[in-house]
Design a protein around this ligand. Structure first.
Ligand code: AP5
Ligand code: MG
Length: 204
């Protein structure tokens, strides 16, 4: 099963991907996570990606696709879960040349809740755990005790730009995949477990 997760920034793609990866034994490929890894270890790709990510803009397609095609090849181009890719029409068309897509799950969330979800998010640099700041009384990771950080693109002015890029470039992919007959929509407004229950209804 080859799956794409669509949804605005903060819709819950990463949260659901972790559950789907475990339940359906899929290879989770998150372009955002891969870029953040490159930024942490300061590769050339990481330095380039940072200059776009901190402004809330998309990293150029050639760089992004090189990363995705490498990860898909590693997965044998089967049983993968793409999170954060494709993000515009050119990426979607390129992906179609490269691999079969069985289902596209669009996690649909009201824009009004996204800014709070994203600006309140804190992530652990050690174990990757994420949580809302209101659930972190002393600012340390409940899982491993390390310090929790805010992503460089999770500040309010950058979030505005990310939501704008989503509306202009990524949202049209809903139509693109609907026309291909592979799109399913799930509401992302419930709790993470409720959203996952919706996804399980779709995937079995
Ligand atoms: P990326 O890392 O993909 O970020 P994003 O798409 O903007 O989405 P997020 O990761 O912020 O949100 P999410 O939907 O994963 O939600 P999450 O589960 O974390 O991309 C970052 C940047 O990298 C891009 O802006 C771009 O610059 C670059 N990039 C990446 N891919 C690219 C591409 N293909 N082309 C070019 N550039 C690319 O949840 C968010 C928060 O809400 C968390 O705190 C979570 O705990 C909470 N939450 C989750 N679900 C729920 C729920 N049901 N109820 C309440 N809270 C919830
Ligand atoms: Mg994410």
């Amino acid at each position: 099963m080859n799956i794409v997760l669509l949804g605005a920034p903060g819709a819950g793609k990463g949260t659901q991907a972790l559950r789907m990866e475990e339940r359906y034994k899929l290879r989770h490929i998150s372009t955002g996570d891969i870029f953040r890894h490159h930024m942490r270890v300061q590769t050339d790709i990481g330095n380039l990606a940072r200059s776009y990510i901190k402004k809330g803009q998309l990293v150029p397609d050639e760089v992004t696709f090189a990363i995705v095609s490498g990860a898909l090849d590693e997965a044998g181009r089967e049983n993968f879960l793409l999170d954060g890719f494709p993000r515009n029409l050119a990426q979607a068309e390129k992906l179609d040349e490269f691999a079969r897509i069985d289902k596209v799950i669009d996690i649909d969330v009201d824009f009004s809740v996204l800014t709070d979800r994203i600006c309140g998010r804190r992530s652990c640099m050690e174990c990757g755990y994420t949580a809302h700041v209101s659930d972190l009384p002393d600012g340390t990771c409940p899982k491993c005790g390390s310090e929790m950080h805010q992503r460089i693109d999770d500040r309010e002015e950058t979030v505005r730009s990310r939501l704008d890029v989503y509306a202009r470039q990524t949202a049209p992919l809903i139509d693109y995949y609907e026309k291909k007959g592979v799109l399913v929509r799930v509401s992302g407004m419930g709790s993470p477990d409720e959203v996952f229950a919706e996804i399980r209804k779709v995937l079995g």
